[in-house]
Design a protein around this ligand. Sequence first.
Ligand code: FAD
Length: 475
Amino acid sequence: MNTLVWFRSDLRVHDNPALHHGLNRDETDENSVAALYIICDEYIKTHPVGPRKLWFTREALLNLQESLADAAIRLDIIRVKKSADISQALLKHCLHHEIDQVNCNAEYPWDELQRDRAARDLCEENNIKFKRYHDRCLIPPGALTTKQGDPYRVFTPFSKAWRQLIDQTFLTVYPKPSRKQSLKVDPETIVNKFSGLSLSEVDDDHWAPSEETALAQLGEFCEAGIEDYHERRDFPAEPGTSCLSPYLSLGLISPKQCFIAAANSVSGHWAEDPGVNTWITELIWREFYMHVAVAFPQVCKHKPMQAYTDKVSWRRDNKVFDAWCEGRTGIPIVDAAMRQLNNTGWMHNRLRMITAMFLSKNLGIDWRWGERYFMEQLVDGEFCANNGGWQWSASTGTDAAPYFRIMNPINQAERFDPKGEFIRRYIPELADVTGKNIYSGEGAKGYRNPIVDVKQSRNEAIERFASVNKKESEQ
Ligand SMILES: Cc1cc2nc3c(=O)[nH]c(=O)nc-3n(C[C@H](O)[C@H](O)[C@H](O)COP(=O)(O)OP(=O)(O)OC[C@H]3O[C@@H](n4cnc5c(N)ncnc54)[C@H](O)[C@@H]3O)c2cc1C
């Protein structure tokens, strides 16, 4: 028996079902296990995978190569040009190495599901078994439905059902493979495969792309940060959140490891502790958007969840969009947030909501432009969470903010950056501004005037939505 573990967004050896079941296929030593990762140029361009996430991926693969080598598992890397070439490349590799079973962990967006269907069909036609496991969600898509058997469209009832089911679920963390005589590794085989791709190093202590760092960070957060997470998580100037998103996005850590660590950090039931409960609610949001992507695949095809919002007339103005991208809108909290994204590859959740709402509502720009820009910049870019967050902010998605509830970025800054600390950190032009002007940028030398009038543009956004909403209800 020769088993191949096809790694994708699960770049870890701990708690990896595809790897664990591959290694435990047979009690005897007859089963040999090898690993594979496939890089696809077209996929990187079209989804897109930004330079920081690509750098993070390469570094994580180098780390994975060593961890696998300790268990005498070789990691091969293949690079293909087109998405359609992936299944053929996989088959060729399997035939060459006499593989009789491919194991992988599921990815849920539409393109990834189609890729896996094609790979499975081709493998099975050639008598190679294809096994798919679930590791990206604690409760896999499809396992939760309403009483009528429909997928959930709204978060709160989904979360209630998720909580009930998780309490009845026995969770096991799969151990990392046992040590064997270590293989010699050659990092160049990985580095060379990334040549010609645009990579950008992420210079932040939080994000050293290894499983060990991810686990250590989870441990520290559960020991010291989770307790008052519910009180601090909305203030971008504070280190109030876990910063685990790059690790979760590429699977250097599993949501199950996160859930168990959080739940075990308190003596009573996790839901009774406000910090732990709030943090686990964020993990449930993460799962909700993955369930949504499977149940409503139109969201994976550049379509809004709520069809009527496709008729909203979005602005396609490159000059205005560039000003937003570059943090030059004249609205301090928006500009500081965009500069945080451009400088670090990460943005605080409250700021993702503020900037996304500002782009899609006040500036009236097509939310898909912003969705793509985030994916290009983020080190934690993940389709389901990003699309879900954008559609929520643009009021086009499931559980969307009603279109008339539009965050005022100046009030948001006053509430969530009360001392203007975050704004000053990223906008040197405002360093000397005092009092309430820090939220509006008024009177600051060298800082531009607002690109739009916040109140007027809010009314125009409501009008844009109301007109199509009205037409829809008249039909
Ligand atoms: C417009 C927009 C775009 C976003 N794009 C992404 C993205 O590309 N990748 C991504 O991982 N998250 C995205 N998010 C969700 C969220 O902003 C980040 O997950 C969070 O800021 C990461 O920081 P953290 O790890 O410190 O989170 P914590 O607050 O510590 O939360 C723990 C984990 O829960 C998950 N999570 C938290 N909030 C959300 C949420 N609202 N939706 C889904 N999952 C959540 C993340 O995996 C996160 O790491 C987006 C949100 C919005 C509004």
